[in-house]
Design a protein around this ligand. Structure first.
Ligand SMILES: Nc1ncnc2c1ncn2[C@@H]1O[C@H](COP(=O)(O)OP(=O)(O)OP(=O)(O)O)[C@@H](O)[C@H]1O
Length: 219
């Protein structure tokens, strides 16, 4: 399976964030997107997730499910955790499992996991019947991660995945990410921290447009 991005151009708030960005990512590989604050890492992930429109370019998942768009074959794990506070922790996950369709393709061996098992793997099984409002920030983040396990999808889009996680959870997250790659999955992740992933490709975003420098005479 291959995730192919061709000549991606994104505009946000009337400003060009980047243009003509292309990459190809093979099964079993993580694309680590790096670059300065505001350069466009989150925008790229949100575009791959179908949450930001492309001004130009194309995204394809070769070897994926032909009747689905690439974003329908991806999980987006972003800054917001999408946790409904009034539902129990388990209800949140059962909802997500029913809401997101699984993807079944020969190149990806990911399997559906039961919600309770996912909660146990992420170390929050004991919170299953509590209102999600009671969870700490790190626990909410782990609940959000469980979504990736209960519905198999080959592409994981992860924006700063380690934020709000303690060292132990960070290690566990890396295990999950490497496990996903071993099953033939693909990951695109934006991060400022080094992640010990098994098979990595780096995409470093740099500013192409040098903004006019103001001098004292301009004031
Ligand atoms: N909803 C929005 N509307 C308009 N402009 C936006 C919006 N979201 C982001 N931008 C702009 O798009 C540019 C890229 O932002 P983005 O969040 O993608 O950067 P980033 O590389 O992820 O930054 P950071 O490392 O700080 O998270 C910035 O100039 C930002 O101000």
């Amino acid at each position: 399976m291959k995730l192919i991005a061709e000549n991606l151009t994104i505009d946000r708030g009337g400003r060009r964030v980047f243009q003509d960005l292309s990459f190809t990512l093979e099964s079993g590989t993580a694309l680590v997107v790096t670059g300065a604050n505001g350069i466009g890492k989150s925008s790229l992930l949100r575009t791959l997730a179908g949450l930001v429109f492309l001004s130009k370019g194309e995204i394809r998942l070769e070897g994926g499910q032909d009747d689905r768009q690439p974003q329908e074959q991806a999980h987006y794990f972003g800054h917001q955790d999408a946790v409904k506070p009034a539902l129990s922790v388990l209800e949140n996950l059962v909802f997500w499992q029913s809401y997101s369709a699984p993807v079944s393709v020969s190149a990806f061996a990911g399997k559906k996991m039961e919600p309770l098992e996912a909660l146990q793997i992420l170390g929050i099984g004991h919170t299953a019947y509590l209102p999600a409002a009671y969870l700490s920030a790190g626990q909410r983040r782990r609940l959000s991660l469980c979504r990736l396990l209960v519905t198999p999808r080959p592409v994981w889009l992860m924006d700063e995945p380690t934020s709000a996680l303690d060292k132990a959870s960070e290690g566990q997250l890396l295990e999950l990410m490497n496990g996903h790659l071993a099953l033939g999955g693909l990951i695109v992740t934006a991060t400022h921290t080094d992640l010990a992933l098994d098979q990595v490709q780096i995409l470093h975003l740099k500013a192409e447009i040098v903004e006019t420098q103001l001098t004292e005479e301009d004031f």
